[in-house]
Ligand binder design. Structure first.
Ligand code: HPA
Ligand code: ZN
Length: 338
């Protein structure tokens, strides 16, 4: 391990943009398929990996929804979550705010409580065994209707004390944030935080809509906001956290090469950017890989890395006193890293 990797590994950090279904590794896909008696359209793990060549978001989503079909039982969801937490604990993560897509499962007859109870059990296990804390964010699939989002929110009702917020994911173009303004208002009225994918493939206008119509607490991705100077200035002025996902952007052809990734520019513009993995089993790396590969490609300085680590906690939904503890831990770590 070189010095950069070592510094990054020990740096206390949080992950704020992770789809738990996107942490399903091909090996695990086969194991779950076997124990659940499900036929996969792939001969072996190599064939699955070979299928992970995407030219855009939709290419990926098609295979991602197909993969999720192996998840049936509460134990599957708990095991999936725990495998993810083991990975990020090894990457020096202290906290994660994870997305789940209930509609991907309820549509196939897997009941909301099976999914929620399984994930919450995995989260409790991660806290107990790894010391990694976490929060759960329910994402609405934006290619489905507003009515279906409302139905999902009502299914979540018994769990709202254990769900920190709602998000918006799936196919961005053609499904603007405006479509979900009312269900987000209902979620906010219940005391939930709100986040939305915006500006990954969609135009800057979708970022404005996420801010003005959904009143989000964070923007997921946000890359295309940089095309609009007034929007960029507003995001910086308002201290809006952007959950940026470098290896995802590379795999989904949002960028051609990591060396042209906008992360360093975002920091220079005063944007509160963070580094995240999005769907690590599909995009070639977990949190640590996203950090090291981006740091190398963009030649990020020690100060920039520390800023990114701080942003991952200040942008989290942890309580202010918990954030203070993590920031102090970062300071101690940096002071002690000779
Ligand atoms: N974008 C939109 N929807 C998603 C993604 C993503 O990167 N990953 C899982 N669902
Ligand atoms: Zn995402």
């Amino acid at each position: 391990m070189d010095r950069l990797e070592e510094f990054i590994r020990g740096l206390p950090k949080a992950e704020l943009h992770l789809h738990i279904e996107g942490s399903l590794e091909p090996e695990q896909m086969f194991a779950f398929a076997r124990r659940n008696g499900i036929e996969l359209p792939f001969a072996d793990v190599e064939a699955v990996r070979a299928a992970y060549a995407f030219s855009n978001l939709q290419d990926f989503l098609d295979i991602y929804y197909q993969g999720a079909r192996v998840l049936l039982t509460q134990q599957d969801f708990q095991d999936l979550a725990m495998a993810y937490f083991r990975r990020i604990a090894a990457d020096g993560a202290r906290h994660a705010e994870i997305f789940f897509d209930p509609q991907t499962h309820t549509e196939r007859g897997v009941a909301f409580p099976v999914v929620a109870e399984g994930l919450l059990a995995g989260m409790a296990q991660a806290q107990a065994e790894l010391g990694v804390s976490s929060k759960l964010i329910l994402c609405f699939l934006r290619h489905l209707s507003e009515d279906e989002a409302f139905e999902t929110l009502s299914q979540a009702e018994p769990y709202l004390d254990r769900i920190v917020g709602v998000g918006l994911d799936s196919s961005e173009i053609g499904h603007p944030p405006a479509k979900f303004a009312r269900v987000f208002a209902a979620a906010r009225a219940k005391g939930l935080k709100t986040v939305a994918h915006a500006g990954e493939e969609g135009p800057p206008d979708y970022v404005y809509q996420a801010l003005d119509l959904l009143e989000v607490d964070r923007i997921d991705h946000g890359n295309r906001a940089l095309e609009d100077d007034a929007l960029t200035e507003r995001l910086a002025r308002e201290g809006m956290t952007l959950t940026v996902c470098p290896l995802s952007n590379l795999k989904l052809c949002v960028i051609d090469d990591l060396v042209v990734h906008p992360l360093k520019t975002m920091l220079a513009l005063g944007l509160r950017a963070t580094i995240n993995s999005d769907d690590p089993a599909y995009f070639g790396g977990y949190l640590g890989q996203n950090w090291t590969r981006t740091a190398e490609a963009l030649d990020l300085s020690r100060d920039e890395l520390v800023t990114l680590a701080r942003n991952s906690f200040t942008g989290s939904f942890l309580a202010p006193d918990e954030i203070t503890v993590h920031l102090a831990e970062i300071d101690r770590y940096v002071a002690g890293f000779a």
